[in-house]
Structure formats: structure tokens, C-alpha cells
Write a protein that binds this ligand. Structure first.
Ligand code: ADQ
Length: 466
């Protein structure tokens, strides 16, 4: 088996021996793949250092080698907070209104990609499979090729790929996509994003595109674009669910909500997750059904993220205001309709909260996949499952809503739609809840993060390479 070199913005260092396997999710799956194949995980340490040139920190733990570099304050500002999170993230989530185009941050992005390539190249051996992750590192493949790396290189985009009409608003869009065509395999979360990418390659670059196979031929090179919907770490999540911590969390939520149904939202505090719009939908439900205020309590768990980026600073305030207004208008001495918790919880605790909640409300305005939707369903009691209300604009909707069953789909921009879905979910008979659960659970269990890792690595190994 070929060695694997994973390259991503951040590296999740595996836990020390003894608690191996304690780590779940994407990092757990990548660590497991690295352990199987042998190899290296390379990325930013998350640390700032004023003279970071040349220093690679190598660490070997539980069979996996990690190699990390520090970045300077300027690199972090221009590459991470700037181009990655103030230009690419909003644009790729269809938010032209929040997208900033600054020449300096673009240069910083290119500089850090060059530095990644400089530092990782000497660690690469001739037959290694190289797997680059996400929007921080779109041009890295081309930077590696420029250093003579002829290995098979794959890339996976965790977020959506925007429609051509939006994407062309990015200065140097053509240059960026040309660099991506140096990858042998390009993975997207869904067919929709894959098709947007193929459309761009055909229309704007004039590449020869074979829709069915995703083959793109351009200037003598061939790249393949495919969809690989990411999944959860099913076994790890179920093991967390069997813990005392999960049971305790479930009991805690149940006893605090008593005879009311709990509805839950769990998200990073990010404008792509549609949180203010969600609160508007709940407000609309209470306006339309004042007699049902006593039936429902909404719990939103949203720890802050990317707090150095301006557009992220406003969202917390907006959310607190909106939740405060509804609570001000609707609270009684023994009842507060919305609980907003500004912190993260462990996966065991989340499992318990999900299981106690009759409704999971997942309404991103745009999302590559959304794993919270899958985790909510995975935590349900098969005999008495809750209802997943899911945005039609989340990648997960393509797997979880099938022919009017599975998740209850909503338009996250429409308060009326959200309000209607909440009423439908609250009143849904057991037989329908079970049928919807059965539609979703197979793909959530089987198309898990281990299957995803295996499919991508197998396909990459089967490409011609170079
Ligand atoms: P994210 O935007 O971070 O990821 P998501 O997939 O929903 O979105 O969540 C990732 C993980 O973070 C989940 O395991 C979830 O449990 C955890 N998480 C979220 N909120 C939490 C909270 N309040 N407390 C504790 N844990 C929390 C990006 C893309 C997604 C894509 C993933 C994986 O934006 O579309 O699904 O990568 O590819």
C-alpha cells in the first residue's frame, strides 16, 4: 500500500497512546488512514511565531507522524483571516455581500501556499499518495508540481463550489482554477458542487469535459472531478452515545424541559449556518401559534468561531438580540422559550442532547455537507425517533431527503416555511417519524467517514498520476 501524505490547514495531532481511538470525526478517520498507510499529516500548527521560516515540528504519536509549521502574524492575517476566511469562505457560500477582495491578502494566500509547498516537498517520497484538503490550499497542487512532485495528488473541497456567475467575481479566478487542474482527483461533497465546477471549466476555460465521468482535459493534463459525500464516524459516535456522560446529558435536558418538547440547533457561530433566520422562523411559529408557546423549548448551542474576522463579530450580537426579543415577549415566570448557549460540548454530551430533543433544526443558508444533521439522526431512538428539519441548501439534503420522506426540507430564508415545518414536526405521528428515520439511517451508518476516506484514497490510487 502507498504511503499517504495528508495536507490541510490545521493538523489534529493524535492523542497519546493509551487514549488512542478516543478521537472521532474527520481527524479520527484521517489518523486511522494514516496509520493503515503509514505517512505524514502536514499543516499549520495553529501557532504564531515571528520568525517561522524553515522550522518544521515533527512529532510521532500512535503510529502517525505529524509535521507542522508556525505562521507569522502577517501570514495569519492575510492568508487565514484574510483571503481564506474573508474572501473564499463567503464567496463559496454565495455571500457576495460579505466577500472582500484585497490584493494584499491574495498575495499572502499565495505566499503561504508556496511556503507549505517548500516545507512539505522534502518529506514526500516517490510513490506517496498526496491528499490536500479544503479552500485554504486550492493552488497547492500546482505549487508542488512546480517543485517536481510527480506523485498522484488529490484534493477535497469541504465547502460548496459556487455557480460560475458568482465565482467569476473573484479576481484571478481563472488562474486559481488552472492551478486546481494540476490535481489528479478533485472531490466535492455533492454532485451539485461538482457540476458547478465542471460548468466553469467548460464555459470559462474552454476545457474538454466529460460530464458522466467527471473527466476534465485541459492543456495536455487530465483531472477527474467526483462527488464524495462525507459522513460521520458512526462507530465512535455510537460509542460516545453509550457513555455515562451522554446519558447524563440526555437526562439533564429532559428534566429541564419536563412536559415540553425540546428542539435543538448545534452550529459553529457562522453566518453560513442561518442562525438569525432560524430565530425569525421560530418567532413566526410563536406568532402564528401563540397557544403552543408552552409546547416547545428551543435550545441553540453555538460556540464562537473565527472571532478575528469582522463579519463574525456582528453575528453573535444579532443572535442575542433576536433571541432576547422573543424571550422578552414570550417568557413567563416558569418558561423561557429560547435558550442560547455560547459554548461547545463534547460529542458524548451532544449525543445526549440530540437524543432528548424531539426536533433537530438544521437550517444553514448554504453548507458543503453539514454533519450535525447526520449526528442528530444517528442519536435518535429507533423506536421513538425525533424529526430532522433540514435546509434544502445543505449538501446533506441530497442524501437525507428522498421522495418526500427522510428529513423535512425547508427554505432557510423563509420564516413561514420554518414555522410550518416546526408545526408539522411537533404533530408528526410515530409511524411517520419511524418511516422518515428509516429512510435516513442506512446512508448515515454506511456512508460514514471511514467509507469516505477509503473511497477517495482508492480512487486516487487508481488515477494515472503525475
Ligand atoms: P463545519 O462548517 O464546521 O464543517 P459541520 O459539518 O456541521 O460544519 O460540523 C462539523 C462538526 O463540528 C460536527 O461534528 C459537529 O458536531 C461539531 N460542532 C458543531 N457545532 C458544535 C458545537 N456547538 N459544539 C460542539 N461541537 C460542534 C465544514 C463544512 C461542512 C462539512 C464539514 C465536513 O462547512 O459543510 O460537513 O466541514 O466536511
Amino acid at each position: 500500500m502507498e504511503r499517504l501524505v495528508v495536507i490541510s490547514n490545521r493538523v489534529a495531532v493524535p492523542k497519546a497512546r493509551g487514549v488512542a481511538g478516543a478521537q472521532g470525526g474527520l481527524s479520527g478517520a484521517l489518523n486511522a488512514a494514516l496509520k493503515d498507510h503509514g505517512g505524514i499529516w502536514f499543516g499549520w500548527s495553529g501557532q504564531e511565531s515571528e520568525d517561522p521560516e524553515g522550522n518544521i515540528h515533527l512529532q510521532r504519536s500512535d503510529g502517525v507522524t505529524t509535521a507542522t509549521i508556525d505562521l507569522s502574524a502577517r501570514d495569519i492575517e492575510e492568508y487565514y483571516n484574510g483571503y481564506a476566511n474573508s474572501t473564499l469562505w463567503p464567496l463559496f457560500h454565495y455571500r457576495l455581500d460579505l466577500t472582500r477582495y484585497e490584493r494584499e491578502t491574495g498575495k499572502g494566500y499565495e505566499r503561504v501556499n508556496e511556503r507549505f509547498a517548500d516545507c512539505v516537498s522534502p518529506l514526500i517520497e516517490p510513490d506517496d499518495l498526496i491528499w490536500v484538503h479544503d479552500y485554504h490550499l486550492l493552488p497547492l497542487g500546482e505549487r508542488l508540481r512546480a517543485r517536481g512532485i510527480a506523485n498522484r495528488i488529490g484534493f477535497f473541497l469541504h465547502i460548496p463550489w459556487p455557480p460560475t456567475r458568482l465565482f467569476v467575481s473573484l479576481p484571478f479566478h481563472e488562474r486559481l482554477v488552472r492551478t486546481m487542474l494540476e490535481y489528479d482527483l478533485i472531490g466535492f461533497q455533492t454532485d451539485e458542487w461538482r457540476e458547478s465546477f465542471l460548468h466553469y471549466c467548460r464555459k470559462e476555460l474552454g476545457a474538454e469535459v466529460e460530464e458522466a465521468t467527471g473527466t476534465i482535459r485541459f492543456e495536455g493534463r487530465t483531472a477527474i472531478a467526483r462527488a464524495y459525500p462525507i459522513g460521520i464516524d458512526w462507530d465512535h459516535f455510537q460509542a460516545q452515545g453509550a457513555s455515562e456522560e451522554a446519558r447524563h446529558a440526555e437526562q439533564r435536558l429532559l428534566s429541564s424541559t419536563r412536559d415540553r418538547s425540546a428542539m435543538i440547533g448545534v452550529d459553529r457561530l457562522d453566518y453560513s449556518k442561518g442562525l438569525p433566520e432560524r430565530i425569525d422562523g421560530i418567532g413566526r411559529f410563536f406568532d402564528q401559534h401563540p397557544d403552543r408557546v408552552r409546547d416547545l423549548v428551543f435550545i441553540q448551542i453555538a460556540p464562537p468561531s473565527r472571532e478575528d474576522v469582522e463579519s463574525y463579530q456582528d453575528i453573535r450580537m444579532t443572535l442575542e438580540q433576536k433571541a432576547g426579543q422573543i424571550n422578552g415577549a414570550r417568557s413567563e415566570v416558569d418558561l423561557v422559550p429560547i435558550r442560547y448557549v455560547n459554548r461547545g460540548y463534547s460529542h458524548a454530551e451532544l449525543y445526549g442532547f440530540f437524543r432528548a430533543a424531539k426536533i433537530g433544526l438544521v437550517t444553514p443558508l448554504r453548507d458543503g455537507m453539514n454533519l450535525v444533521a447526520k449526528e442528530y439522526v444517528a442519536a435518535q431512538d429507533r423506536d421513538d425517533p425525533g424529526v430532522l428539519i433540514l435546509s434544502r441548501f445543505a449538501g446533506a439534503a441530497q442524501q437525507l431527503a428522498v421522495d418526500d420522506t427522510g428529513a423535512v426540507l425547508v427554505n432557510p430564508y423563509s420564516p413561514d416555511d420554518i414555522s410550518h415545518a416546526i408545526r408539522v414536526a411537533l404533530d408528526m405521528p410515530l409511524a411517520e417519524r419511524r418511516a422518515r428515520y428509516e429512510t435516513m439511517i442506512g446512508t448515515i451508518r454506511d456512508d460514514n467517514v471511514q467509507t469516505w476516506t477509503r473511497r477517495f484514497c482508492d480512487d486516487l490510487a487508481a488515477t494515472a498520476g503525475g
